[in-house]
Ligand binder design. Structure first.
Ligand code: FMN
Length: 368
């Protein structure tokens, strides 16, 4: 049985296909992608972690304009819960900067130590949310304050948080959130881990299926499964593990309406034999993406804490995107990226729906 959220709020059971297009910060979630998913009966999402309040408001308004024709369409807005970072000792900073610049100087790029504040102001970023009121608000890397949860609820906005362990899921439940995104080890992008020391390498043996099983008997909130879900029958399988919907990132990266860079798309589609690996080299936190030269060159090198390292590699990543260079940008993907299909988002949603229905029918036939 599907678990339900509070009355009046968005319910996952309202979706005509239990698919959430994952929030993906960094320019991937363009309004046409988000609206395309929502108009097709899924939940389209924005990863607003690095966006200015003005951009957040503009993106939400542009998306609303695109979904006006389909009144049941919904939008999710997602943010990082940044923890205040402190610069390590001057010698550690110098050594990290030297290592990075040894790699970057042959490219004509020079990294600098960022100035404080290292983290954006979440309260200011949430202002447009209280005005535009997307139906769903979610957080990655930690718990929102109780005041934020209460404010969202007072406006009828459902709140979700990413968990990568049972302990995190129990904390999310206690905080009064409405749903949990269960992020398996297969997932692309940053691990949402917030209880363990973020420097501790992720446990690569525990699969999404194992994690769902850990949570199932302890969590009464709706669970959204994330990680390695690429096709409609994967969505169906995640529902069998106890999920009410599947959150899919990589599957949407190569949709025609995605804002992923051309190099990112090219490597996903043309280098299906490459490896997805975990690295802290780009941002200072563990994230999964396709192995490239920068990750290899950074092996054994010093890395500063998130998001300081992320800011320091910003110039390099911008240069790589502008120059269509795949070796110096973060190519975040989940472990199943080789199953990606490039097509317009409306076609992808139709295909996912069809595959999901086929899996459901096959199960019903087996049972009858
Ligand atoms: C390029 C990229 C960027 C991501 N950015 C975010 C983000 O901003 N917020 C978030 O909650 N999750 C983010 N994620 C993680 C997704 O929410 C989700 O856990 C993951 O995509 C699921 O695995 P899959 O990529 O195999 O589908 C990102 C994932 C990718 C691939």
């Amino acid at each position: 049985m599907r678990k339900r959220l509070c009355l009046g709020m968005f319910q996952f059971s309202d979706l005509s296909i239990p698919v959430v297009q994952a929030p993906m910060a960094g320019g991937i979630n363009l309004p046409k992608l988000v609206a395309g998913v929502s108009n097709a009966g899924g939940l389209g999402s924005f990863g607003f972690a690095y966006s200015s309040p003005e951009k957040i408001q503009a993106d939400l308004q542009a998306t609303k304009a695109l979904i006006k024709q389909v009144p049941s369409s919904r939008i999710q807005a997602n943010f990082f819960v940044f923890q205040e970072s402190f610069l390590p000792s001057a010698s550690e900073c110098e050594s990290a900067l030297r290592d990075l610049n040894d790699i970057l100087s042959p490219l004509g790029i020079f990294a600098e130590l960022p100035k404080q504040p290292f983290i954006p102001n979440l309260d200011a970023m949430l202002e447009p949310i209280w005005i535009e009121r997307p139906e769903v608000l979610s957080f990655h890397f930690g718990l929102p304050s109780s005041a934020v949860v209460d404010k969202a609820h007072s406006l009828g906005i459902a709140v979700g948080v990413t968990a990568t362990s049972l302990a995190e899921a129990l904390d999310i439940q206690k905080r009064g959130a409405d749903f949990i995104v269960v992020q398996g080890i297969e997932a692309g992008g940053h691990r949402g881990t917030f209880q363990m020391d973020p420097h501790f390498p992720p446990d690569q043996k525990k699969t999404l299926k194992d994690l769902m099983a850990d949570l199932k008997d302890h969590i009464h909130l709706p669970m959204i499964a994330a990680g390695g879900i690429m096709h409609g029958h994967d969505v169906y399988q995640a529902m069998q593990w106890g999920a009410v919907a599947a959150q899919m990132g990589t599957a949407f990266l190569v949709a025609h309406e995605s804002g992923a860079s051309s190099a990112h798309r090219r490597v996903i589609l043309e280098h299906r034999d490459k490896k997805a690996v975990f690295t802290k080299a780009f941002s200072g936190r563990w994230a999964q993406g396709i192995q490239n030269q920068f990750i290899e060159q950074m092996q054994g090198k010093a890395v500063l804490p998130f998001p300081i390292q992320n800011t320091m590699t910003g110039a390099m990543r911008r240069w790589a995107t502008e120059n269509d260079q795949s070796d110096y940008q973060s190519l975040w993907v989940g472990q199943a990226f080789a199953k990606s299909r490039a097509m317009p988002v409306s076609e992808l949603m139709t295909l996912l729906h069809q595959e999901y229905e086929d899996a459901l029918q096959a199960f019903n036939q087996k049972g009858s």
